[in-house]
Design a protein around this ligand. Structure first.
Ligand code: BTN
Length: 325
């Protein structure tokens, strides 16, 4: 984690985006010497932040490399709560495991865990999740909502909406959501979401939302068997993206929709979810633990479950399944 003073410097540059801040201004604001400021600016440079220093004018941040350390994420972060506590590690077994440990140690809502590499990345339905080193986002987000477990799956749909909207803002691409929580571009998967809850039957204590996004992979990064089903933002747009920037926008979108959800419930989120949904109105197959349901996806309930109408006109409510077209 960055030191308190460095965090304050980062915050001042975030508030004064694209402006020069003089050594004197920073030293007055933070109550430390100009030499100390100079040392912190050097540290930022060593961390890969491009700093321009102009004599008698001051310092300006002119660029960042594609890294996801807490400094990279905090510099430009515009949220109140989400991402204000960041745990960054180069290599972990799974960011979900670290986040669950932090939950036990009272980490506040909005804490995120980010890693470059996962040795045991977890996917839905007990699958593995592969995180391409240096090219993807692997992040877990800690929530502490006062909601009943019944409505918790809505948080997965909300997360999908926040990520879809962030991808749209950063790349200009309109992604699709495949129920419940895959994000697709041109029918290929670009992001997966894994929601894990802690609590009992009546009350949720915490939720850890795992987010895996393929950002800067190129086609040769995918084995042949995956190239038809997986893609990255870079492949789709033909240019690389700064992962820290995407994380900042995801956190801002998430914070916005989460506040709406806690205040007004799922309905406003449901409308947004439907605007990104790929499966609605289509013939689909839902494979659940106990059965296969084939029919037309006709919508989601106000609680977020998928409704499928089979050829006999019977409507099935799906709580958890793998969907194929
Ligand atoms: C899926 O589509 O099956 C969900 C994939 C979720 C992957 C993310 S990456 C960050 C977090 N840590 C994990 O081990 N899994 C989630």
């Amino acid at each position: 984690m960055a030191s308190k003073v460095k965090e304050q410097i980062i915050q001042l540059f975030t508030e004064n985006h694209d402006r020069y801040l003089s050594g004197q201004y920073l030293s007055d604001k933070l109550g430390i010497s100009r030499t100390a400021i100079w040392k912190y600016m050097k540290e930022l440079q060593e961390e890969g932040i491009e700093v321009e220093a102009v004599r008698k004018v001051g310092y300006k941040i002119i660029g960042k490399s594609d890294r996801m350390t807490s400094t990279d994420i905090q510099l430009g972060l515009e949220t109140k709560k989400f991402g204000r506590q960041i745990v960054y590690q180069e290599e972990v077994n799974s960011t979900q495991i670290i986040a669950s440990e932090l939950v036990m140690n009272d980490a506040p809502e909005g804490t995120i865990v980010v890693a470059e590499r996962q040795l045991k990345g977890r996917g839905r339905l007990q699958r593995n999740w592969v995180t391409s080193d240096g090219k993807a986002i692997a992040m877990s987000l800690i929530l502490r909502p006062s909601i009943s477990p019944r409505v918790a799956p809505q948080l997965t749909l909300l997360t999908a909406v926040a990520i879809a909207s962030a991808i749209e803002k950063v790349t200009g691409i309109h992604p699709n959501i495949k129920w419940p929580n895959d994000l697709l571009i041109n029918k290929k998967k670009v992001c997966g979401i894994l929601t894990e809850m802690q609590g009992d039957a009546d009350c949720i204590k915490s939720v850890v939302i795992g987010i895996g996004i393929n950002v800067n992979q190129v086609e040769s990064d995918y084995p042949l068997e995956l190239s038809d089903i997986a893609t990255s933002l870079r492949i789709e747009k033909g240019q690389p993206f700064l992962r820290a920037k995407l994380i900042q926008v995801i956190l801002a979108e998430f914070e916005k929709y989460y506040e709406i959800f806690l205040e007004k419930g799922f309905k406003p989120i449901k409308i947004l979810w439907e605007s990104y949904a790929i499966s609605l109105g289509k013939q689909i197959k839902a494979t659940t633990l106990t059965e296969e349901v084939i029919g037309q996806a006709i919508g989601i309930t106000d609680e977020g479950q998928l409704l499928i109408e089979d050829p006999a006109g019977i409507v099935h409510t799906i709580y958890s399944a793998d969907i194929s077209f």
